[in-house]
Structures are given as structure tokens and as C-alpha cells.
Design a binder for this molecule. Structure first.
Ligand code: FAD
Length: 287
């Protein structure tokens, strides 16, 4: 089984940044990724430092991967299915060994099975209020969800939108509803957009909206972590300021650690995780 000093799982902003900050160390680094960053459906990115003209999410992801290739940083296209103590990393192309792991797998966003909805992501439908809420100033927005995550998104959207309605899709809403936010418990039938107008079809009637945010359940890219006994909180991996988890040698960066969940934080955390992992491996090699 091939052994590495550091294996980075994920090639979104956090994983690529971790790779860029570790490749000159002289240590044996590998990036393992499936290449399906949360950024891919993002239409335009306007809030990343120095980007100038807005770029699409796909352009940013492709540029990141091109950077890795240009620097000849070893990378394999595979899915990690399990990580065991020590560390053994099971992938769809075979197992690997690593002294240290940087988990940068993003955050799985739970999808809802409503006809027409996924096709409208980036065009009226969003999975991220912090990213896209600003575009709905004085507009009517909906949030699909039934718990704390949906309440959080709705509360954030209140700052911009004229009205915010949470659609529970037939479920009971769990927990407090933010002031000024309406709750609609109808079953959702389909979403459609015609002439720039989004319509949410309910079991009884329909609702015209300007934007619709999906915030169903809680995201859980923390499954690997849980199996290793790594502490999590609300589905996010708990890390200290060095991006270290409670398991020595295991670091995490980006959306999987929760927080602001933006490119800027993912890139920054990736860099910090890399420097911490390098320090850890060098200390291990000395002892
Ligand atoms: C629609 C939308 C719009 C957005 N707009 C903005 C914006 O305008 N500005 C902004 O700053 N942020 C925006 N974001 C947020 C931004 O996309 C994320 O914060 C950022 O991508 C997080 O980077 P990451 O590296 O942590 O995770 P990701 O970019 O999600 O990357 C995760 C990586 O891990 C890999 N991976 C996951 N699981 C496995 C596995 N089991 N095995 C192998 N590889 C795996 C994936 O293939 C991927 O390469 C937006 C997000 C969405 C969904």
C-alpha cells in the first residue's frame, strides 16, 4: 500500500489551498478528490478578493485544478469511502496510508426531490443565503426546510428580502421560527421559471417568488470524522485555530468545519491546515 506524509481529501478551495501550501515542503503529498465542488453551480462570484470581473464557480474550480497540475502536485480522481485510524484511507481506486490527513470535503447539502428545482440552481434557486441573499433586496424569497438550518437561513435573508416564507414540504417545523418569517406547511409539487418569474407549485395553489433557498435538514460531511471519533458540532467538524481536530494528525478545512462557508474562509483554512500538518509530520519524523 502506497504511504504518504499528507493526504488531502478534496480539491475545492480548501483542498487546493492546502496542497499549494504544502507542496514545497519536500514531503510526500497526495490530493484525492472527486471534483464536484460546491462552487460548480455558482453563477457568478463577486465577493472574492482580487478577482476583478466576476467569474463563475466552475472557472474558479478549474483554475484551482490547473494550478495543481502546473505545479505537478500529485492528485488522483477517486472517492474516499472510509478513513481508519493511523491513517488508512480507503478509496475507489484502492487503499492508501498517510501520517496526516487534511479533510477538505466540503459540506454535503441535502437535496430535495421537487421536480424542476435542481435545474434552477444558480438561476433563482440557491443553497447558500450568505452567498446569494444580497441579490434579493426587497424581493420575495422562500426557504425550503424544517429545522434550525432553515431558520438560520431565513433569519439571514430577512436583512434583504421584503418577505421570507419557510416551506416545510408537509413536515412540522422544529424549533423557533424567526420573527417576521412565515411558515407554509403545504406539500411542494414543482418549481418553474418563466419570463424571469419563479413559481412554486403547492398541493393547493401556487406561490410566485423571486428566489428560493434550500436548507433541508443539516449537512453532514462529518461522517468520516464520526467514524474516527472526531468531535463534531451541528454536522461540522470541530477544529482549533490550527485547524486541528481532537485526533492527532487529522486536520480539517473549509465548509466541512462550518462557519462562514465561503471561498475566502475555505482557502484560508486550507493554508492553515497545511502548515499545521507539515509541522505535525516533521515532528513525527524527528521522533
Ligand atoms: C450555489 C452556490 C453559490 C455560492 N456562491 C459563493 C460566492 O458567491 N462566494 C463565496 O465565497 N462562496 C460561495 N459559495 C460557497 C463556496 O462554494 C464554498 O464555501 C466553497 O466551495 C467551500 O470550499 P471547500 O473546499 O470547503 O468545499 P468544496 O468546494 O465543496 O470542495 C469539496 C471537495 O471535496 C471533494 N470530496 C467530497 N467528498 C469526497 C470524497 N468522499 N472523496 C473524495 N473527494 C471528496 C469534492 O469532490 C470537492 O473537490 C457558493 C456555494 C453554492 C452552493
Amino acid at each position: 500500500m502506497k504511504a504518504y506524509d499528507i493526504v488531502i481529501v478534496g480539491a475545492g478551495p480548501a483542498g487546493v489551498s492546502a496542497a499549494l501550501y504544502s507542496h514545497r515542503s519536500g514531503l510526500d503529498i497526495l490530493v484525492v478528490s472527486r471534483h464536484d465542488s460546491a462552487l460548480l453551480p455558482a453563477g457568478k462570484i463577486e465577493n472574492y478578493y482580487g478577482l476583478g470581473r466576476s467569474a463563475t464557480g466552475r472557472e474558479i474550480v478549474d483554475n484551482g485544478l490547473a494550478q495543481l497540475r502546473a505545479l505537478q502536485i500529485p492528485m488522483i480522481d477517486a472517492e474516499v469511502t472510509q478513513i481508519q485510524e493511523g491513517f488508512t484511507i480507503f478509496t475507489t481506486v484502492g487503499p492508501l496510508q498517510a501520517k496526516s490527513v487534511i479533510l477538505a470535503t466540503g459540506r454535503k447539502r441535502n437535496k430535495v426531490d421537487i421536480p424542476g428545482l435542481e435545474a434552477l440552481v444558480g438561476s433563482g434557486v440557491s443553497y447558500c443565503a450568505v452567498c446569494d441573499g444580497f441579490f434579493y433586496k426587497n424581493k420575495a424569497v422562500g426557504v425550503i426546510g424544517e429545522g434550525a438550518y432553515a431558520a438560520e437561513e431565513a433569519d439571514f435573508l430577512k436583512k434583504f428580502a421584503s418577505t421570507v416564507t419557510i416551506f416545510t414540504n408537509g413536515k412540522e417545523f422544529i424549533g423557533p421560527v424567526p420573527d417576521g418569517v412565515a411558515v407554509n406547511r403545504s406539500i411542494l409539487v414543482k418549481a418553474e421559471k418563466q419570463d424571469h418569474h419563479l413559481t412554486l407549485f403547492l398541493e393547493a395553489g401556487q406561490m410566485p417568488l423571486d428566489g428560493l433557498f434550500v436548507a433541508v435538514g443539516t449537512a453532514s460531511s462529518a461522517e468520516f470524522a464520526m467514524k474516527l471519533g472526531i468531535m463534531t458540532e451541528n454536522g461540522a467538524i470541530k477544529v482549533d485555530r490550527n485547524m486541528a481536530t481532537n485526533v492527532p494528525g487529522f486536520f480539517a478545512a473549509g465548509d466541512c468545519t462550518g462557519g462562514l462557508m465561503q471561498i475566502v474562509t475555505a482557502a484560508s483554512e486550507g493554508a492553515v491546515a497545511a502548515t499545521s500538518a507539515l509541522r505535525y509530520v516533521k515532528a513525527q519524523n524527528k521522533s
